[in-house]
Ligand binder design. Structure first.
Ligand code: SF4
Length: 294
């Protein structure tokens, strides 16, 4: 039996039952993929259900205003992704659903991973979306690299054709890899329980205890942080948006002390204004005189 067939057998018995796996609708699959980029699976289930209730189709989403979309995305973070989703829906309502990975990739806001995921899950194409989870499993399995990095994707992609089955449920292989990554091939993997252990190039390294498990397997992303602040700017921008969303309208002078208990007008005034300007430029909020609203 090939490793992929072994993996699929394991997946049939152990795979997670997730709502976006019970559909081939590209709209639903895109929504789930974008939500899963930033939020854990268990939390996404509820957001996904609520979103589909609010915007069940491309057309409903295409007709939504910025404010509608930002309200519906509340709690998920990275709000620009929500507006990008709405813009994709507008394009698709006009031009139709893309039919190939290349065509998905041409849409603004869709990267190589998402294009491959849509092709595999919505259109049953024989392709492999590589995210950090699939990179970890296949980098270990194919090359014995304990903690594969982005630069290893090229090598992994070259071996995709040999790894994916030619017939049957090849489009389930990525889902099976996600589940193996979540349940067994975690940062500190449980190789003794892994269905791929007999052919995995990293199994012996882990089983013999020769691998040091780092505290972080990927370096922390470099994000801008204003001097003396506890969190990166992204967190404070999120707080501004939440404040506007929840109050409906807020006076600019009040924003600083509402988003940061240590706000110091001398030191932080320009920083807060720059964040407000960025939110306005990104289409997240509107500024009229000294008031902010959605
Ligand atoms: S044998 Fe270990 S390292 Fe290899 S795929 Fe399985 S869990 Fe990951």
């Amino acid at each position: 039996m090939t490793p992929a067939a072994t993996l699929l057998n394991w997946y049939r018995r152990n795979g997670r039952n997730l709502p976006w796996r019970r559909t081939r609708d590209p709209y639903r699959i895109l929504i789930s993929e974008i939500m899963l980029q930033q939020t854990q699976v268990d939390r996404v289930k509820e957001f996904y259900r609520r979103w589909l209730k609010t915007f069940p189709t491309w057309k409903n989403l295409a007709e939504a205003s910025n404010a509608d979309v930002i309200h519906a995305w509340a709690g998920l973070g990275y709000n620009r992704r929500a507006l990008a989703l709405r813009d994709i829906a507008r394009h698709i309502v006009q031009a139709g659903v893309p039919q190939s990975e290349e065509a998905w990739l041409r849409l603004k806001g869709i990267g190589p991973y998402t294009a491959a995921a849509l092709s595999a899950f919505a259109q049953k194409k024989r392709t492999l979306p590589i995210d950090t989870n699939i990179r970890r499993v296949l980098g270990r399995f194919l090359f014995g690299i304990p903690f594969p990095e982005l630069k290893d994707d090229k090598r992994i992609l070259k071996r995709t054709d040999g790894f994916l089955p030619r017939r049957g449920h090849y489009y389930d292989v990525p889902q099976a890899l996600f589940d193996l990554a979540a349940m067994i091939c975690t940062k500190d993997p449980n190789c003794a329980r892994c269905p791929l252990r007999h052919t995995c190039k990293a199994a012996n390294k882990f089983l013999s205890g020769r691998v040091n498990i780092p505290k972080r397997s990927t370096p922390a992303p470099q994000e801008h942080r204003h001097e003396g602040k506890k969190y990166p700017d992204r967190i404070y921008r999120g707080r501004i948006l939440k404040l506007v969303r929840e109050t409906g309208s807020v006076t600019i002078e009040n924003v600083g002390k509402e988003i940061d208990p240590h706000y110091d007008v001398k030191q932080d005034h320009e920083w807060v204004h720059a964040m407000i300007e960025r939110l306005v430029t990104d289409g997240m909020i509107k500024k009229k005189k000294n008031k902010l609203s959605l």
